[in-house]
Design a protein around this ligand. Sequence first.
Ligand SMILES: N[C@@H](CCC(=O)N[C@@H](CS)C(=O)NCC(=O)O)C(=O)O
Length: 263
Amino acid sequence: MLELYQFELSQYSEKVRLVLDYKGLAYRKIEVTPGIGQVELFRLTGQRQVPVLKDGSQVVADSTEIAKYLDQQYPDRPLIPTDPKQRGLCLLIEEWADESIGTKSRQVLFGALSKNQSLRKSLLPAATPDIVKVLVEAVPSELLQVLGFGVGLSQEVVKRAEADLKQDLEALCLLLADSPYLVGDQPTLADFAVAGLSILLKFPEEPYLNLPATLRGKGVPGLADSVVYEPFFTWRDRLYAQYRQPLVPSSYKSSAPNSINIE
Ligand SMILES: N[C@@H](CCC(=O)N[C@@H](CS)C(=O)NCC(=O)O)C(=O)O
């Protein structure tokens, strides 16, 4: 069976899970422990990021490479169109989504977490002792903002990312206003990249991800809860309902991740 080395809350891992579900390919998720678990990834692939796909003796790193590999090995339900114009557009949108939505959604989520104590607390698993919840809630926002500055996430960077994402979401709402897919009349890698990479902006309402129930449907204030971008999230919900496999209930009780790996 295919094996996906992943972080549950990684947006690039989600892009691959969406693609695997679309193609109807069964796979086993292997949750990588940030830090120590990445040493094994480095041994396997010469780099330390998720997602990594293992297909027998083949090991493929990077969500784009994985999508291309899957299209080659499992050509049913193709992801990348053959028509030259559509192919070009699909590849362009996919690359833009990786660079803009993928990177900046992490930055704005960090910004939101550093400002919002209850969002921070809701990232903790249900079993977290009350005392820890109280401590997490008590971490001053200013301290997190200073820590964010230490890893290159100053308030200025977060503000810029938020402005760029607003433009991205506006563009997507316009493009999707009268068509169900971004390129042509079938879903493509462009749709799966955009939809999967946007999970940190607003976590899906339905149980597709192993995350605390309190976080479902929540996201970055100003983006997740704005009526202006609602058409985009409604489109994403529809795409998920059509193609993404919800978790089986027994698999999301105990192992909800308790940290987001920001970089
Ligand atoms: N270009 C890569 C980006 C992957 C990426 O940024 N992965 C993050 C998780 S979302 C990661 O593994 N971060 C851990 C690290 O950099 O050490 C892809 O498309 O797969």
